[in-house]
Design a protein around this ligand. Structure first.
Ligand code: NZQ
Ligand code: ZN
Length: 392
C-alpha cells in the first residue's frame, strides 16, 4: 500500500455559506464565468443569491448556462470560448456534477489551443493531460459525485457516443463552497441516485483495491452506513437539513481521495456505466444501480472474502467461514434491496435498454480503458464476455 495524498481544495461547508461566494471568488479573480445547468438554480432562487453575493463583493460575471446532464464536449467548447472572449480570470460552477465537470474542462481549455476532447481519455495513444487551468470555485447543488473536491471530470462526446474522463492536478477546485441548504430542492429520484453514486464510489475501491487496507475498509464502511442511515431520511423529508448535510458530506469524502487513498484499484462499474450513459443518456447513478449489484455477484465468485466482510459489517450477517459465498451473495441481495427501496432501478429494462447491443457496450468500454491483456481493470480484470454477462 504505497501512496501519496494531496488534495489542495479548500473546503467551506455549512448551511448559509453561499452568502460568502463573492468574498471567496474575489480572492481568486475579478471577472467570473458563472456556469450553470438547465435552470434548477434559477427556479430555486440559488442563482439570485449567488449573484447578489458577487455584486456585494464587486466581482463581475458573465454566464454560461445550459450545461446538460452527461455534459457535452460541445458545451465545454462554448464555455471556454465565452471565458476567452470575455477575459474571465476565474470560473464558478453552480450546479450538480455535470456543471462542475464541464467547468473543470472549460477551465483547462481556456489555456489549450487544441480541441478539449484531446484531454478526455478515449483510446487515443497519448491524451493531452492539462497542466494549467483557470481557478475554479465549485458550489454544488446536488450531493452525488464529489466533483466539488476532486480532480476528475467526466465528459460526453455526443457525436461519437463516447463518455469518459480526465484527471489532472490542475483541475482540483481552489475552493469548494458547500451549502447543504442548496440541495433541499433536489427531487426525490436525483436524491436517491446521489446516494447510490456515493456508495458506489467507495464500493469500487473497497472491492477492486489492493489487499490489506484495514483503515480504508473501515472508512468505506462508515461512508456506506452513513449514507444508508441518512439517505432515506433525506428522501422522507427533502427539507431535513441535517439529513441533507450528512449525505452531502458523505458524498464528498467518498471521492475526494481520502477514503480510497492507497487502494489503487480500477473502477469497472463506472467504466461500464459510462458507456451506457454515452449511448442512452441515462442518469449516471441509475446506471450504476443496475450494474453494481450484478458486477458484485460476478466478482464475489472470484474474491468471496471481501464480500463476506461487506455482508457482515454492513448488514450484520454471520458467515460460516471467511469465504462463505452464500453469505456474500446474501449481502449483495440486501444491498440491491436497499437500492430498490430508495427507488433506484436495478435492471436494464427499467432504463428502457434492451440486450441488443451488449457486445458493443463491452467493446466500447474496453476501447476507452484496458490493461496490457486487453481486459477491463478491476478485481478480477474483465474480458468482453465478462462484461456482457454482467450486463445480461
Ligand atoms: O441542470 P439543472 O437544471 O441544474 O438540473 C439538474 C439535473 O437535471 C438537477 N439538479 C441539480 N441540482 C439541483 C437539481 N434540481 C433541483 N434542485 C437542485 N438543487 O439534477 C439533474 C442532474 O444533475 P447532474 O449535475 O447531471 O447530476 P450529478 O451531480 O449526479 O452529476 C452527474 C455527472 O457527473 C459524472 C457523471 O458521469 C455525470 O455525467 N460523474 C462525475 C464524477 C467526478 N467528477 O468525480 C464522478 C462520478 O462517478 C460521475 O461519473
Ligand atoms: Zn459515480
Amino acid at each position: 500500500m504505497n501512496f501519496e495524498f494531496h488534495n489542495p481544495t479548500h473546503l467551506i461547508f455549512g448551511a448559509g455559506v453561499l452568502s460568502r461566494l463573492g468574498e471567496v471568488v474575489g480572492r481568486h479573480g475579478k471577472k467570473a464565468l458563472l456556469v450553470t445547468g438547465g435552470g434548477s438554480v434559477k427556479r430555486s432562487g440559488t442563482f439570485d443569491r449567488a449573484v447578489a453575493s458577487l455584486k456585494a463583493a464587486g466581482v463581475a460575471w458573465v454566464e454560461c448556462d445550459g450545461v446538460e446532464p452527461n455534459p457535452r464536449i460541445s458545451t465545454v467548447r462554448r464555455g471556454a470560448q465565452i471565458a476567452r472572449d470575455e477575459h474571465c480570470d476565474v470560473i464558478i460552477a453552480l450546479g450538480g456534477g455535470s456543471t462542475m465537470d464541464a467547468s473543470k474542462v472549460m477551465a483547462a481549455a481556456f489555456y489549450y489551443d487544441g480541441d478539449p476532447w484531446d484531454m478526455i481519455l478515449h483510446g487515443q495513444p497519448t491524451p493531452h493531460i492539462p497542466t494549467r487551468a483557470l481557478p475554479l470555485i465549485t458550489v454544488p447543488t446536488l450531493a452525488a459525485t464529489g466533483s466539488e473536491m476532486n480532480m476528475g471530470a467526466v465528459i460526453s462526446n455526443e457525436a461519437t457516443k463516447e463518455k469518459s474522463f480526465v484527471q489532472a492536478k490542475c483541475l482540483y477546485p481552489r475552493v469548494a463552497l458547500v451549502d447543504p441548504e442548496l440541495t433541499k430542492s433536489v427531487p426525490r429520484d436525483q436524491t436517491a441516485y446521489g446516494v447510490c453514486d456515493l456508495i458506489t464510489h467507495v464500493t469500487e475501491a473497497y472491492f477492486n483495491g489492493v489487499d490489506d487496507t484495514p483503515i480504508q475498509d473501515r472508512f468505506a464502511e462508515g461512508v456506506i452506513l452513513t449514507a444508508m442511515e441518512w439517505g432515506p431520511k433525506a428522501l422522507a423529508d427533502g427539507n431535513d437539513l441535517e439529513a441533507r448535510a450528512q449525505v452531502q458530506w458523505a458524498s464528498i469524502v467518498a471521492l475526494n481521495g481520502w477514503v480510497n487513498a492507497g487502494t489503487n484499484g480500477g473502477y469497472p462499474v463506472h467504466m461500464i456505466e459510462h458507456t451506457l450513459s454515452a449511448y442512452h443518456d441515462i442518469t449516471h447513478a441509475a446506471g450504476l444501480a443496475v450494474v453494481n449489484p450484478s458486477w458484485m455477484r460476478f466478482a464475489a465468485r472470484h474474491r468471496p472474502h471481501k464480500f463476506v466482510q461487506f455482508a457482515e459489517r454492513i448488514f450484520g450477517l454471520t458467515a460460516k467461514d471467511p469465504a462463505d459465498l452464500e453469505c456474500a451473495l446474501e449481502g449483495i441481495d440486501r444491498f440491491e434491496s436497499f437500492l430498490k427501496e430508495i427507488g433506484c432501478p436495478t435492471r436494464l429494462a427499467e432504463l428502457q435498454i434492451d440486450d441488443g447491443l451488449l457486445t458493443r457496450y463491452a467493446q466500447d468500454t474496453l476501447r476507452v480503458i484496458h490493461d496490457a491483456n486487453g481486459n477491463l481493470p478491476g478485481r478480477p480484470a474483465m474480458t468482453e464476455a465478462d462484461i456482457v454477462a454482467v450486463l445480461k
